[in-house]
Design a protein around this ligand. Structure first.
Ligand SMILES: [Zn+2]
Length: 75
């Protein structure tokens, strides 16, 4: 058992930042979670409550976040 090796592996896989994802490699069609438009080009990804949401632009992400926070407060 080599604990040190395991640690290095897990650090490597978790370094990704939540910014934009180039969709060039995939043919998946994403829809904006806020305005329901098809997301072409770079999607904005944001994690809420352990779920990944995709947005067509940062404005939609902001608005969704506001809405989401309001829901959280209500609950
Ligand atoms: Zn949008």
């Amino acid at each position: 058992m080599d604990v040190n090796n395991l640690r290095v592996m897990s650090v490597k896989t978790t370094f990704r930042k939540e910014t934009t994802i180039p969709l060039v490699l995939s043919s998946i069609t994403l829809t904006c979670a806020y305005c329901n438009k098809k997301v072409t080009g770079d999607a904005v990804r944001k994690k809420f409550d352990d779920k990944d949401y995709f947005f067509c632009c940062h404005t939609c992400q902001d608005e969704f976040e506001k809405k989401y926070m309001k829901l959280l407060v209500k609950a």
